[in-house]
Design a binder for this molecule. Structure first.
Ligand code: SF4
Length: 197
């Protein structure tokens, strides 16, 4: 189980410390949800709740991006960034950086939720039910943090589903996570064929 931290302004109960990929600044990633949400944000300095929480924060959290780095990016990118909103919302709800001090569970999802709550998937090279890497990232996230999240009742059901996931699928989740993390860190645009094993 993760421990509550006295980590000042840089909490990360899951130990997430990867850099924010260039896609968050508008470099094309090939993931339509990320590219459209980040692109609109770079144009307007604004995005709605689903884009903030379930696309941008979700993807950053699934990639183990440093909560502090994502929070600083929110400061720079949004015209309505105020301290009383950004710090608790991103360090707490957006990334689970501060653990259950601010929120009860990590707000992470696979492609199914993004597809249900937006119209991004229709214009994506990936299919939300077939080859979307975000679903793999979701399972890989649960796998990496399974021990830390054990005992959190709000995430018990997804962890039970993870427990039933066969090892070959979990290995594939890890492979896709590494591949996507590396590609996005290098500023590459992902194509479906890049994910083939
Ligand atoms: S298919 Fe996956 S990557 Fe593409 S828009 Fe939907 S959730 Fe995002």
């Amino acid at each position: 189980m993760y421990k509550r931290q006295e980590a000042g302004a840089s909490p990360s109960v899951l130990g997430s410390k990867n850099d924010l990929p260039p896609a968050f600044w508008g470099k094309a990633s090939g993931l339509a949800c990320l590219d459209i949400a980040a692109g609109r944000l770079m144009e307007d300095g604004y995005g709605h709740h689903i884009e903030r929480l379930m696309v941008l924060s979700n993807i950053a959290t699934l990639l183990d991006v440093s909560p502090r780095q994502l929070t600083d990016w929110f400061w720079a990118a949004y015209i309505d960034a105020f301290d009383w909103v950004v710090e608790p919302n991103v360090l707490g709800m957006g990334t689970f950086g501060s653990g259950d001090v601010m929120t009860t569970k990590p707000y992470v999802s696979g492609a199914g939720y993004i597809d249900r709550m937006s119209d991004f998937c229709g214009s994506c090279a990936f299919h939300p039910k077939k080859n979307c890497p975000i679903t793999r990232l979701y399972w890989a996230f649960l796998g990496r943090h399974e021990d830390a999240l054990a005992g959190n009742h709000r995430i018990a059901m997804p962890l039970r589903s993870l427990g039933k996931r066969i090892e070959s699928k979990r290995a594939e989740d890890r492979r896709v996570f590494k591949l996507v993390l590396g590609a996005l860190a290098a500023g590459k645009r992902l194509r479906p064929e890049d994910l083939e094993g």
